[in-house]
Design a protein around this ligand. Sequence first.
Ligand SMILES: [Zn+2]
Length: 377
Amino acid sequence: MQLTNIIRIKINGFLILLLVISLISNNIFSQNNDEYKIKTVVIDAGHGGKDPGAVCKIGYEKDIVLSIALKLGEYIKENLKDVKVIYTRDTDVFVELHKRAKIANTNKADLFISLHANANESQKPYGSETFVMGLSKTSSNLAVAKKENAVVLKEDDYQAQYDGFDPNSIEGNIIFSLYQNMFLSQSLDFSGRVQTQFRERVGRHDRGVKQANFLVLWKTTMPSVLVEVGFISNPKEAKFLFSEQGQDYIASAIFRAFRDYKESFEKNNKQTYTAITQVAVPNDSVKEKQKETFYSIQLLSSSKQITINNKNFPGLTEVFEKEELGMYKYYCYTITNYKEIKNLQNNVNINFKGAFIVGFDHGKKISAIEVKKKLKN
Ligand SMILES: [Zn+2]
């Protein structure tokens, strides 16, 4: 065999080897994608121990939600063998809110479900509602969040654990949604399924999917929801919720919602995976808003362009870039309320020390004071 032929065979062999390596690595890559499945769910029975939660004549919120949590866990274990179920509590014990989130985070849960029952001064309100993190749009949503958050007053050292949060102040409840923003669409998806099951299969009055700031959801790093299964202050609903059958129905409804969510999520896992990793890209509504007058937060400026993604801008979903005199500047938020942007700034400063409030008016950068004058806000 001629030397040139040997070399050619070697080169061909090398190319085949490269091809094989690239096929293997492609395969590894797609396996990684396949692994993006719903594998772990954390079920959080609200309250417990010294904290009874809502109280009515026939019993405590903490008992109803524990029973539903355990039933839900059993349904999942029985029917979805590939899912690991973790409880934040499976007995009548007190668990601090921040520890509940920590349990979910350290176990790398794919979904966090916090279970609660509601109560009102009036006996009239009834029905089920599911919350995701976000600004309370109505005073009644805020009231639910304040009530569920108030438990931190029973915790030792709560101000250190929750960055000085005071559950009795309205300001304290304004903005904690920053961390959860990137999971909003998945949290909303699951919430919608829970409410549909409640309404269509268990005949509960559907109070809808809502947003409010719950401390227990604040620092979870996965899609998270808080389910208010019903009002124990309403005698008829209380009777249902304290009954074995009622709790069974509620648990099976949440199970079916979970099963459907898992199935849909895994079918679309490629798209979802992409959505998670690229969520920080500014969307059209952000660009649209840039025409108006608003406050924003300048995060940093750089001589080099920085990719807008979750790695570079963790937890921020409204980041946009502007080139100014050869420097790339990165901003976050388009807000028209000073109090709100001030709160956001405090949160942003955790990762971006020195981030400061600026203003924009029809695309032109102006000072925060000028925005204040223009918006009178
Ligand atoms: Zn509760």
